[in-house]
Design a protein around this ligand. Structure first.
Ligand code: NAD
Length: 498
């Protein structure tokens, strides 16, 4: 196994946060078959390290360990469970700089954004630690003579989590903290592109006193591992964040064991700008909503729909601001956009731009000869985008902004809903009647009005249509890992005559 890369060794205050093994039952684990995979820094193409690809028996061993550990974890007094999660939160915060460095190296996002993600990810741990104390059941007014009725909440059981590379830390804590708070053990399968954030979280979970077998990280061939996790009847819940394509596979594969499913899938967010908006203000907001994480964000504004009366001025402002964005290695200062995750993502972005141009879109920016490396993609603005183009239909997951003019509210509602996705939508307008009309008509799980920032621990995050099932975060987030048990308590000795 390769030793710590020199870049990382130099940069981490605590090199023990960089682990190149899986973590099962409180132990750092090699792959038994000798298979491994390199993890690449997308900015430089340099190998950061390797991960083992585990064999089927090793995945099953993780389930065995979780099954044993579950007995004690669920029985732990809730305030003790809360304390351990709060200790985990404190450790994540205390190691923020190292976690951000690891994330930037494996994912590519600029260091300030990585620090922001660590904070964001940690905030779910604190939220769910606190929420663990409020998993109340109910008393039900009885319709049965001499009986008391009610419900209690119980942990669903072992929860598996399959997470993506674009938010390597927060997509784990948003799921795992909820499950752990509910009393469930977890088995995380992170994206192979970004395993080291997950493994650093495991190291910190151990230091926080989360017992062996309760937080496990398995690594391997994604399709192989997922198949095993889905087929395993002892795993009662599966939470996945990733593409709709893989989400569909997981639904099929877990049908046989009838699991509780939470799916956070792809998006194709419309960003609607009303005629009353200041074009500059709206353009700057649209830039933020489009280019964060180099566009590799399920909430990224994928279709920017601007009222025809301000379209030209909006486009001018957008182009000017876009031209000022800096593209480079996320470890350097003053970088707005890091690399895309790999070369295929660059090729997909280029194909989407070519498709739009061939169907009549006008292109601005995107001089790829200026890209600072082969995984970088210079931001592009396309105007005159229509529903025939891929940039409209597909989640481009790249710094490619497609802009379309519209004339009426009814038209823009139809445009915005013209997609199989339904994750998030943005509306920019001051007109309260328009806000209500659009907000109610948009077929999306989340609608943000006059704000790019919309997420965080207290809110129910999730989509409708083919963007997923269930909600993460908020009071609903913990329910994904709880069963409601109904009880009917009859009064013995209450039969007539006794
Ligand atoms: P992906 O679906 O390719 O991969 C996600 C996870 O699934 C990874 O762990 C990957 O290793 C695994 N995987 C890949 N192929 C698999 C297979 N055949 N069987 C089982 N598992 C498999 O997605 P990605 O490219 O990592 O992430 C981008 C996607 O994630 C986008 O569509 C984005 O919108 C979505 N996303 C959604 C949210 C949300 O909250 N809704 C958040 C972030 C990302």
């Amino acid at each position: 196994m390769t030793t710590l890369s020199t870049t990382l060794a130099k940069r981490l205050e605590d090199p023990r946060l960089f682990r190149q093994y899986a973590y099962v039952n409180g132990k750092w684990t090699h792959g038994e078959g000798g298979r491994e995979e390199a993890v690449i820094d997308p900015a430089t193409g340099e190998t950061i390290g390797h991960i083992p690809l585990m064999e089927a028996e090793q995945i099953t061993a993780a389930v065995d360990a979780a099954e044993v550990a579950f007995v004690q974890w669920r029985a732990l007094r809730v305030d003790e469970r809360c304390e351990r999660l709060l200790a985990w939160y404190d450790l994540i915060q205390a190691n923020r700089e190292d976690l951000a460095t690891i994330m930037t190296l494996e994912q590519g996002k600029p260091l300030p954004d990585a620090r922001g993600e660590v904070e964001y990810g940690a905030s779910f741990v604190r939220w769910f630690a606190e929420e663990s104390k409020r998993t109340y059941g109910e008393t039900i007014p009885s319709h049965i003579p001499n009986a008391s009725l009610g419900t209690i909440k119980e942990p669903v059981g072992i929860a598996a989590m399959i997470t993506p590379w674009n938010f390597p830390l927060a997509m784990i804590t948003r799921k795992a903290a909820a499950a752990l708070a509910a009393g469930c053990p977890v088995i995380v399968k992170p994206a192979n592109e970004t395993p080291y954030s997950a493994l650093a979280l495991a190291e910190l979970a151990e230091r926080a006193g989360i017992p062996a077998g309760i937080f496990n990280v398995v690594l391997g061939d994604p399709a192989e591992v997922s198949k095993i996790l889905c087929a395993e009847s002892r795993i009662r819940a599966l939470s996945f964040t990733g593409s709709t394509r893989v989400g569909r596979i997981l639904i099929e594969q877990s049908a046989h064991t009838v699991k509780r499913l939470s799916l956070e899938l792809g998006g194709n967010a419309p960003f609607i700008v009303g005629p009353d908006m200041d074009p500059k203000e709206a353009a700057f907001a649209a830039i933020d909503a489009k280019f964060q994480t180099a566009g590799q964000d399920c909430l990224a504004a994928n279709r920017i729909l601007v009222h025809e009366s301000i379209h030209d001025e909006f486009v001018e402002q957008f182009a000017e601001r876009m031209a000022a964005l800096t593209v480079g290695n996320g470890l350097q200062s003053e970088i707005d956009l890091g690399p895309l995750i790999h070369r295929q993502a660059v090729e997909k972005a280029a194909a989407i731009v070519d498709d739009a141009i061939s169907k009549g879109a006008t292109v601005m920016g995107g001089d790829q000869s200026q890209a600072p490396g082969e995984n970088f993609f210079m931001p592009v603005m396309l105007t005159g985008v229509t529903a025939k183009m891929k940039v409209w239909r597909e989640e481009n997951f790249a710094p490619v902004a497609g802009i379309t003019a519209y004339s009426t509210d009814d038209e823009v509602i139809e445009m915005a809903n013209d997609t199989e996705y339904g994750l998030a939508a943005y509306i920019y307008t001051h007109d309260i009647r328009r806000i209500w009309k659009l907000m109610r008509a948009l077929e999306y799980g989340m609608v943000s009005v006059n704000s790019v920032k919309m997420t965080g621990p207290p809110v129910p995050f999730g989509g409708v249509k083919q963007s997923g099932l269930g909600r993460e975060g908020g009071a609903t987030g913990i329910d994904e890992y709880l069963e409601t048990k109904y009880y009917c308590l009859g009064a013995l000795g209450s039969v007539s005559g006794s």
